[in-house]
Write a protein that binds this ligand. Structure first.
Ligand code: IPE
Length: 282
């Protein structure tokens, strides 16, 4: 029997697990395995609701610290700007180390997925993407054509860039933007973030429960903590901006605390939950 494509295709959700959520951001290469374990459960819940998942994870302490020290987000820089240390003496070595650390973080996530009986395939961006920002070049068809029930995984990474830069940091927030917009049948984009319930009206240290912005569009001011001294990508501001762009394309966008897996699951399956819904400017 012949079925029209639309009938056969399951809906998809694109989920970003923030690096500040799945790692200890200030301690080099320290993973929050319990958090990852709980988040994996939310993928099973998506499958139970007939939703396929594209999973993108951040770097946290497996990426930002060394990338910052070796200014990998700025591309090739004169070697005289750097002081070699015991583990690394050039930017080229730093690229290799960060890519290796990201593969290590990813392998922990893949292991947790396997332990939960979830089949997954990873496509590391340094193999298939070129350039940074949300107009990077790269073929997204592998994500679009994944068989039902297979979680396609990718992550923020050091990628090649055109000269004179040579390389740069492609954020998971840029990856989710393109994946949510360009992969057919994506229903929602969910950012699972660490430390906050969503976008806040005042700095997180001062915020009370009432300071959560429940519906945000780019014309509303918010206060996000961006650890410029650690981060080589855009922090919560980048997520908000990219989220609005995705919402512009008619896709639901939610930011929720990843420390509450139920909220992540609810956001993925489209049940109202505590967090920030990102909408385009009205
Ligand atoms: C950053 O990716 C990648 C590297 C620093 C290698 P993200 O921008 O997606 O990471 P998080 O979520 O901020 O940690």
């Amino acid at each position: 029997m012949w079925w029209p494509v639309g009938v056969l295709m399951r809906g998809k959700v694109v989920v970003k697990w923030g690096g500040g959520l799945i790692t200890e951001k200030n301690q080099l290469c320290t993973v929050n395995r319990d958090v990852i374990h709980d988040l994996v459960e939310t993928i099973s819940i998506c499958h139970e609701h007939d939703l396929d998942v594209i999973l993108v994870h951040g770097a946290g302490s497996f990426g930002h610290l060394r990338a910052k020290q070796w200014r990998l987000n700025e591309g090739k820089i004169d070697p005289s700007n750097f002081t070699p240390d015991e583990s690394c003496s050039t930017q080229e070595q730093a690229i290799e180390l960060v890519r290796k650390d990201m593969l290590t973080l990813n392998s922990i996530i893949m292991e947790e997925l396997t332990n939960a009986d979830i089949s997954a395939a990873v496509l590391p961006p340094h193999i298939w993407a070129n350039g940074t920002g949300d107009n990077f070049e790269g073929d997204l068809t592998f994500f679009a054509n994944a068989p039902e029930g297979i979680v396609m995984v990718t992550y923020g990474d050091v990628v090649s860039c055109d000269e004179p830069m040579g390389f740069g940091i492609l954020s998971g927030d840029d990856l989710v933007t393109r994946l949510a917009i360009e992969v057919p049948n994506v229903k929602r984009l969910v950012f699972a973030i660490g430390g906050v319930d969503g976008l806040l009206r005042c700095p997180p240290q001062r915020a009370t429960d009432d300071d959560l912005i429940e519906i945000w569009s780019p014309n509303i001011k918010f206060e996000g903590e961006h650890q410029q001294d650690i981060d080589v990508t855009g922090g919560i501001g980048l997520k908000a901006a990219r989220g609005a762009k995705v919402a512009d394309n008619g896709i639901e966008v939610m930011m929720v605390s990843g420390q509450h897996p139920q909220r992540v699951a609810d956001a993925c399956i489209g049940v109202e939950t505590r967090g920030t819904k990102v909408v385009s400017n009205q």
